[in-house]
Design a protein around this ligand. Structure first.
Ligand code: RFL
Ligand code: PHB
Length: 410
């Protein structure tokens, strides 16, 4: 069997895997990225759109933010819409000057792939049969084929990063007795469309309606991203373009004459809504990052951002290992990440409950939901907790965190 060595073997070329390879390269640490899909598939998959302030900062500081700064859109507020009325949450004022950037995930991936290829990074697409071995030893190995009928090869590593998403093989390599999984599935899905049309709003609109949730997002001045809550069991073929438009109009209608701009729908799909966390995010020399370790429903726009914060922690830990012979940061990896992950799970779960129609809700619960929306859009404290979480909480490197004077001081 052909054998090769590298410092860090990375499975998956999504945001987590590519960003990790890039951050390690900046520290002089070599890696090999193994990806099952083609480069075109990776660069063409439509997913997330909202980058937190911290994600924007990391992309900029690591030298891959130039196109994002040219083409991305800075958003300083979001709108919550209910009872036919819009309510703006001023992210910028409520967080002391922070904002989010609307820049599509696949554009981030295009920029990261270009940066890796320019600096001679080892990035292999269309690999097959990835298997992990010896992850509880000092030299974990990844076996794989370069393509469907290639021979089995072995990559001997110091560390393996499982960045292979929710369905990848890495997580399942951890013995069942050494991992604990927490999950929740929601009784609805999101139908997402891409539309050729000018923006209907300068900021994202999160809309609660008796018919179900709707979201107005954007990709560029020419392309808009719209979502509708649908039943988890719905088939995309049940949703004609006419039905999608009539539902969007009904849910988003306001009393002040706001109009939704229509255009040609050129892509549509339905996404399941679930929450999932595995603990710990490490076993031996295998470190899980991003969707391989946790999933959030998309309402809080957190998934991509969590993938980036995980690999920032991981890259720092790996760098400390090679440069300063310290393994304490790597040992703390799972705890550091999970504190942030659980707060993002909390927020995504909260945003989902706040804005969706639940078949199980009684009229009482509907009233409480509306009161909650009224509260977070009329109280500064209420709005601030949405804003602080939406722009993204900081990575807390120390555990447990010192309680801030503003919370506990006398
Ligand atoms: P990914 O992106 O799934 O990448 C994993 C990669 O691993 C590869 N892979 C394998 N490679 C080799 N061998 C195998 N056996 C393999 N198995 C899998 C896959 O081909 C893939 O390329 O995980 P990663 O890097 O952890 O990144 C996570 C994010 O992609 C995800 O959390 C976000 O897209 C979630 N998300 C959002 N996140 C945000 O932060 N903001 C948003 O606005 C946002 N909106 C969304 C979203 C996700 C959505 N969907 C489709 C689930 C909106 C939607 C509709
Ligand atoms: C998107 O633009 O795809 C998007 C925006 C906000 C979300 C989720 C997805 O909460």
């Amino acid at each position: 069997m052909r054998t090769q060595r590298t410092q860090v073997g990375i499975i998956g070329a999504g945001p987590a895997g590519l960003m990790l390879a890039h951050l390690l390269h900046l520290q002089g640490i070599e890696s090999v990225v193994l990806e099952a899909r083609t480069k075109e598939e990776v660069e063409g998959t439509i997913r997330a759109g909202v980058l937190e302030q911290g994600t924007v900062d990391v992309l900029r500081e690591s030298g891959v933010g130039a196109r994002m700064d040219r083409e991305g859109q800075v958003h300083r507020g979001i709108e919550f819409r209910f009872n036919g009325q819009g309510h703006r949450i001023n992210l910028h004022h409520l967080t002391g000057g922070k904002h989010v950037m609307v820049y599509a995930q696949h554009e981030v991936l295009i920029d990261l792939i270009e940066a890796r290829l320019k600096s001679g990074g080892d990035l292999r697409f269309t690999v097959r049969d990835v298997q992990l071995h010896d992850i509880d030893t000092d030299s974990p190995k990844i076996r794989f084929r370069r393509h469907a009928d290639g021979e089995l090869e072995e990559l001997v590593c110091d560390f393996v990063a499982g960045c292979d998403g929710f369905h990848g093989p890495s997580r399942l390599t951890i013995p069942a007795s050494a991992r604990r999984e927490y999950q929740k599935s929601f009784p609805m899905g999101w139908l997402g469309v891409l539309v050729e049309a000018p923006p209907s709003s300068e900021e994202l609109i999160y809309c609660r309606h008796e018919r179900g949730f709707a979201l107005v997002s954007t990709r560029s001045p020419e392309v808009q991203r719209l979502y509708l809550q649908v039943d988890a069991t719905d088939d995309i073929r049940e949703w004609s373009d006419d039905r999608i438009w009539s539902e969007l109009h009904a849910r988003l209608a306001t009393h002040d004459g706001w109009t939704l701009k229509e255009g040609r729908i050129f892509q549509k799909n339905i996404v399941a809504m679930r929450s999932f966390v595995v603990e710990p995010m490490q076993y031996g020399r295998l470190f899980l990052a991003g969707d391989a370790a946790h999933i959030v429903p998309p309402t809080g726009a957190k998934g991509l951002n969590l993938a980036i914060s995980d690999v920032c922690v991981l890259a720092r830990g790996i760098a400390a290992f090679y440069r300063r012979n310290r393994s304490d940061l790597l040992q703390a990896y799972s705890n550091i990440c999970l504190r942030r992950v659980w707060k993002a799970e909390r927020f995504s779960n909260y945003m989902t409950s706040l804005l969706h129609r639940f078949p199980s809700h009684s009229p009482f619960e509907e009233r409480v939901q509306l009161a909650e929306l009224d509260y977070v859009t009329s109280s500064v404290v209420g709005a601030q907790t949405i804003a602080e979480n939406y722009v993204g909480l900081p990575i807390e490197w120390e555990a447990p965190a010192p309680v801030t004077a503003a919370v506990a001081g006398h």
